[in-house]
Design a protein around this ligand. Structure first.
Ligand code: NI
Length: 142
């Protein structure tokens, strides 16, 4: 019998500072484009990771949540929590730290790790910046 495919979501929080500034624009143009986000400020972010895979009957799980939490800690949280996203995080160097770009950068770090878990794949990374704003990335193929 084929195993049901299930998506699980795990969310973690981190606090970080950022400033939205595009290198190709003048200070005046950046201020007009990004408004208050051109000024350095902080967010209490939530990152949601969705993993899709076949349910393991005996355990009733798609994957070991402790393993997923460790991957998120090692690949994401240890690098971004209480950091300045514009200057402190090598894997964000040279990109504007919008929620969109964070979701893509986090995907690139997590996807290879999750590919090592039998049958599982990364389905979505969501970055929630505030109650009003979030960005979701589901990989290049979707
Ligand atoms: Ni912001």
């Amino acid at each position: 019998m084929s195993r049901p495919i299930v998506e699980i979501t795990h969310a973690e929080e981190f606090a970080a500072a950022h400033q939205l500034v595009a290198a190709h624009l003048s200070e005046e143009e950046n201020r007009a484009l990004y408004g208050p986000c051109f000024t350095r400020h902080g967010h209490n972010y939530v990152v949601e990771v969705v993993v899709r895979g076949p349910l393991d009957g005996p355990t009733g799980m798609v994957m070991d949540l402790n393993v997923l939490m460790r991957m998120m800690r090692e690949e994401l949280l240890e690098h971004v929590d209480h950091k300045d996203l514009n200057v402190d995080v090598p894997f964000l160097a040279g990109i504007v730290p919008t929620a969109e770009n964070l979701a893509i950068a986090f995907w690139e770090r997590l996807a290879p790790r999750l590919a090592q878990v039998e049958g599982c794949q990364l389905a979505r990374v969501g970055v929630i910046e505030s109650r009003a704003n979030r960005a979701d990335y589901c990989g290049q193929n979707s």
